[in-house]
Ligand binder design. Structure first.
Ligand code: FE2
Ligand code: FE2
Length: 497
């Protein structure tokens, strides 16, 4: 499941026990499904009955049980060492194994009712690519190929001569189709284009089927047609199942992030209509955050979406925020304490709004953390002036939490940099650089980055990326001459050619 890379890891004995339990439940579930297919398959004419199968091939069933178990253990240890975050919640472990379960069921359904070559073997790789990561997709594709091989060889599924060739080549067919799916799928940017991935997947399938069935006459033609269907069905089923997984597991894929950052997404449209100043601010922050994410090799789509949604809490009372005011400032009639309460509540309101709309939690977390525990300086200074210095700074600060991930830290810096750059009287690169440096230094001094693993090198890269972007936004232009032109000038211009 897509998550900010630097989320802190809490992996204690309880988490291990929970993840191992979910692992065993899934193992039992998958084996029950395979057993069901063996039972169904024993009803077909080509195979012996179920009782006879159990009497004669009980050893095969034990081999199958053991090989699936070994592959499950390998999966568990892969995620334990390579991507521990995936084992932190039961939901993310379920996602990994449900992906495998669904893929096995779909493939054997196609194999049972159509043909062994018609199995949509690249579906798992495509789903894992979007829902987990490219690395996890490559790994699961290998495991899936081996799992299919074990099932084909130790069950009663492909014992007929017609299926023998396909069964022997199962690992190669599955692996090659899945890898092509991963390479092509990772370059595709929209859901519609992902349909074309299916045609790319057909290429290795058709080449291998042609080699396997060469010289078998009409059977080659049928096998090729089934291979074509396998590639296309891999993409179609991937497109059909992806939104189901996104909703059931509240996953954030690049597709979903792109849809969320569409200016017509419900919350974005509301922001545009009711708080246009905040909407514009979010767009500039998104440009800055994207540049920072590139500099830090973080997830750019996630940084962009987090920036778009970081201030949605301002929708509750948009007129209390400077960027939405045009002349009248309601804070002039309020005490600094009341003003601070309204201003700082936008972080919590944003968190609640995002969660209530069932949008990804990672966006809600960034909204809650983007001001950390920073003081609201304007009202703190106002209160100091009114009370002769007897004010507690904590009463004028955001309640936190501080940024927990690099993405949240990026949004914190980009947000403040955008706000300060608007107030700069001169926006020369030197002045912008000094302002951004001060923003970062102030947050380092106030220990805002203590709870995320951002380094000084990262902060320097963030500063450079923001300065480059801001100087691009506010680049100097030649000043226009103060001439007032009218109809007479136009007529004169025409006569003069
Ligand atoms: Fe904010
Ligand atoms: Fe902001």
């Amino acid at each position: 499941m897509k998550q900010p890379r630097s989320a802190p890891e809490k992996f204690d004995a309880r988490t291990i026990a929970k993840s191992v339990t979910v692992f065993f439940v899934n193992y039992v579930l998958l084996f029950a499904l395979i057993f069901l297919f063996i039972l169904l398959n024993s009803l077909s004419e080509e195979n012996k009955g179920f009782v006879q199968y159990l009497q004669e091939d009980l050893t095969d069933l034990v081999y199958l049980l053991v090989s699936i178990f070994i592959l499950f253990v390998i999966i568990y240890f892969y995620f334990l060492f390579e991507n521990r975050q995936s084992l932190q919640t039961a939901k993310s472990i379920w996602l990994i194994f449900i992906l495998l379960d669904v893929s096995i069921v779909v493939c054997y359904f196609f194999g049972f009712f159509f043909n062994v070559y018609s199995r949509p073997v690249a579906m798992l790789a495509l789903l894992a690519l979007l829902l987990l990561s490219r690395r996890a997709a490559i790994f699961l594709n290998v495991i899936f190929a081996l799992m299919m091989f074990a099932i084909d060889h130790f069950s009663n599924f492909t014992l007929t001569d017609v299926n023998a060739n396909a069964a022997a080549a199962t690992p190669l067919l599955t692996f090659a189709a899945g890898m092509v799916g991963i390479y092509v799928g990772s370059r595709v940017k929209t859901r519609v284009c992902s349909f074309l991935t299916g045609f790319a997947v057909c290429v290795p399938l058709l080449i291998m089927i042609a080699c396997l069935e060469y010289g078998s006459g009409m059977q080659l033609l049928y096998a090729m047609l089934f291979g074509l269907e396998a590639g296309i069905c891999s993409a179609v089923l991937f497109m059909a199942l992806l939104p189901v997984f996104e909703v059931c597991f509240n996953c954030i894929t690049d597709y979903r992030l792109r849809e969320l950052t569409d200016h017509d997404a419900p919350l974005m449209r509301e922001l545009k209509e009711r708080a246009f100043g905040t909407f514009n601010h979010c767009i500039v922050v998104a440009h800055l955050a994207e540049a920072c994410a590139i500099a830090l090799n973080e997830d750019t789509a996630l940084a962009r979406a987090a920036a778009y949604y970081h201030d949605v809490g301002k929708l509750r009372q948009p007129e209390f925020f400077t960027e939405n005011q045009s002349g009248y400032n309601p804070h002039n009639e309020l005490s600094p304490e009341l003003s601070v309460d309204i201003i700082r509540s936008h972080a919590k309101d944003g968190y609640e709004l995002i969660r209530n709309r069932r949008l990804p939690k990672v966006l809600a977390d960034v909204a809650l953390q983007h001001h950390g525990t920073m003081p609201i300086k304007y009202f703190y200074a106002k209160a100091l002036k009114m009370t002769d210095g007897e004010v507690n700074m904590d009463d004028f600060s955001y309640p936190g939490p501080k940024p927990q991930t690099k993405i949240a830290a990026i949004i914190m810096i980009a947000d403040a940099s955008e706000a300060i750059s608007r107030s700069l009287p001169d926006r020369t690169p030197e002045r912008v650089e000094s302002a951004v440096r001060e923003i970062i230094q102030e947050r380092v001094d106030l220990e805002q980055f203590d709870e995320c693993d951002i380094t000084m090198r990262d902060l320097t890269a963030i500063k450079e990326a923001i300065v480059n972007c801001l100087t691009g936004v506010y680049h100097s232009r030649i000043s226009y001459p103060k001439l007032k032109l009218g109809r007479k000038d136009a007529e004169g211009g025409k006569s003069n050619g």
